[in-house]
Each structure stands twice: as structure tokens, then as C-alpha cells.
Design a protein around this ligand. Sequence first.
Ligand SMILES: [Zn+2]
Length: 175
Amino acid sequence: MAKNCEVCGREFDALYPKTSFENHEVCKVCKKQLEASEKSFDEVKKQILEEIRRCNDFVDYDAMLEKMRGFPATTGMAFEGYKITDYLGITGGETALGTGLYADFAAAIYDIKGTESPELTDKIRKAKDLALAKLIENCKKLGANAVIGVNFELATIDSIMIASANGTAVRIEKK
Ligand SMILES: [Zn+2]
């Protein structure tokens, strides 16, 4: 008995339960993609693997969060008790959620039934965190020690969800 999905290679578990598509053993998430597509099994597999590769941001989630720690970020234009000594320019950070995650995401929406889905809000928060972590990384490259005016955008392109964070990199000093 196969332990892994023939398409995405993930081990079957509660999140990616085992099911079948034609004569293949696949996870439920991949099955949804296979059913929705008119393309051949191999073409869909190639597409899913490509999207997983593009979305490997999630592998480094903890490392990304580590980079954000202790870096002041605000949606406002100032920090109380600090003055801004340098404006280093507007910069941004993006992250992408791929097929598997997006399929979960879509499933989470169907599960809402008028109530808030913790799974959905958790994924949006995670995507925003990663976009913010990348924004902070870019601010550090500019020599900034803080970021102001942070705003987020969410968009979908094909089956990929993109989260982006933009802000102004600054240097701050205690007043
Ligand atoms: Zn799969």
C-alpha cells in the first residue's frame, strides 16, 4: 500500500487523506485539482509540482519569523518616543500560496457556512506574516532599523494566492 500521494508526494494524513483518481492513489487535495482540470494526469502532476516548488516559502516559516523578531513595524507613520532620522524608500515583500494550500484554502471557505473558519484566518495570517518577514528583510538590506506605513494586499492569480506587504524603510532614534 502506497503511503504517499502519487502526485504531490506528500504522506497521507488527516490534512491530505488518501483517496483515488482513476487508477492512481492520490491525496484528496490533488484529486480536486485532477477533477477540475481537463489536462492529462501527467500534465496536472507537473503543474502541481511546479506550484509546490514556487511556494516553498512555507518550508522556512520559522526562519522567516525569526528574522522579524524585534524589528519595529507599524501601520502608522511614527513610533512613540522615537524620531525618524532617515527615510530610505518604499519597499515590499511577497509570498505565494500554491495549489495544495490554495485547495485547502478553497475548502476552508466552503466550510465557513456563515461562521468564521479558524483554518482560513490562520492561513491568511501566515501569508501576511511571511510577506511582512520579506518586507523586513528588504528594509534591513536598505540599512533600516524600522518600517512604517505597512499595508497588506491579497490577490489570486490562477490557483496561486499572493500576499504582499509594502512599507517605508526608516531609521529611528530614541528622542
Ligand atoms: Zn497529493
